[in-house]
Design a protein around this ligand. Structure first.
Ligand code: NAD
Length: 303
């Protein structure tokens, strides 16, 4: 059924679909396709006598979750043929030492992307570190220059998770233009650029955060919910408008070691039209978009 027709049914006759289970959007499968595409673009570059892109991945300290994220990013580099250069630094490194390393990487013409995994230890000001990375090598898309370009509808290097969400919805043939979207969470890295991406895509966007008075009411009115609060089970299934699209960015580690999102998946999938799982939803899209940004950063520098 055409996407527009599906939308018509979901948003005009929701009761008809009350017992219908949502379509699961497999970010994992979409990301896999993206990685294969990036791999062949890099192979073509190599055949044309050009070099492979290279990404400097900086990990400070041994935070277990950060180490897993960094490992996944390095594995993705290996898979697509990006040369990843590991900087595993001690947790007591001085801010000035990290500045010096970033400066060296900024000036190194063989480095196309620089990634500093967050969170950083308390002696290091993350905002200053991000601003110190050259905007043209900011493959995470966190630099105020790159966020600003997105805000003025001239995106260049776009924040990986929000842009990954847009790519995922596009790949699943879900047309979001004109939808009422609610983003839960307004962090600089995720929620805010997500709201800008949705605005750019033609949604009417509401941002909810920890001071929002009526989270449930806002979600109940939304055609598209994007959850990025980092609170397990914050969004209950029966808050979801029947047929709505639910994208769960949250990654929460429960005491029993399992990972879940911010949305109560089991109940939400009985009301939503489309929903992303955690794990296997947005996470792989973030990594694939990072790979694409690294290749793009290289191309934009004319290397
Ligand atoms: P953050 O802590 O910086 O921001 C959380 C935001 O949620 C804040 O704006 C806060 O106001 C809001 N919030 C907190 N409690 C709330 C509540 N009860 N009601 C409404 N809003 C509330 O976190 P972040 O870095 O933006 O990450 C958010 C989540 O996304 C985390 O679980 C993180 O692990 C996950 N994440 C996932 C990916 C991915 O690839 N899937 C990438 C980055 C972050």
């Amino acid at each position: 059924m055409a996407n527009s027709l599906l939308k018509y049914y979901f948003f005009t006759c929701p009761s008809k679909y009350k017992s219908m289970s949502a379509q699961i959007i497999s970010g994992k499968a979409i990301a896999e396709d993206m990685l294969n595409g990036i791999k062949s673009r890099i192979s073509q570059r190599l055949s044309a006598g050009k070099r492979a892109p290279s990404l400097a991945v900086i990990l400070v300290g041994g935070d277990p979750a950060s180490s897993i994220y960094v490992r996944n990013k390095r594995l993705a580099c290996e898979k697509v043929g990006i040369n990843s250069i590991a900087y595993d630094l001690a947790s007591d490194i001085k801010e000035s030492e990290l500045f010096a390393l970033i400066q060296k990487l900024n000036e190194d013409d063989t480095i196309d992307g620089i990634l500093v995994q967050s969170p950083l230890p308390p002696q290091i000001d993350e905002k200053l570190i991000i601003e110190h990375i050259s905007a043209s090598k900011d493959v995470d898309g966190f630099h105020p220059y790159n966020i600003g370009r997105l805000a003025v509808r001239q995106p260049t290097l776009r924040s990986c998770t929000p842009f990954g969400v847009i790519k995922m919805l596009n790949s699943a043939n879900i047309n979001i233009k004109g939808l009422d979207a609610v983003v839960v969470g307004v962090s600089n890295h995720v929620g805010r650029p997500m709201a800008l991406e949705l605005l750019l895509a033609g949604c009417t966007v509401t941002c909810c955060h920890r001071h929002t008075k009526d989270l449930q009411g806002n979600i109940a009115r939304a055609d598209l919910v994007v959850a990025a609060a980092g609170k397990a089970g914050l969004i209950k299934g029966d808050w979801i408008k029947p047929g709505a699209i639910v994208v769960d960015i949250g990654i929460n580690r429960l005491d029993n070691g399992t990972i879940c999102g911010d949305v109560d998946f089991e109940t939400a999938k009985e009301r939503a039209g489309w929903i992303t799982p955690v794990p296997g939803g947005v996470g792989p899209m973030t990594v694939a978009t990072l790979m694409e940004n690294t290749l793009l950063a290289m191309e934009l520098r004319g290397v």
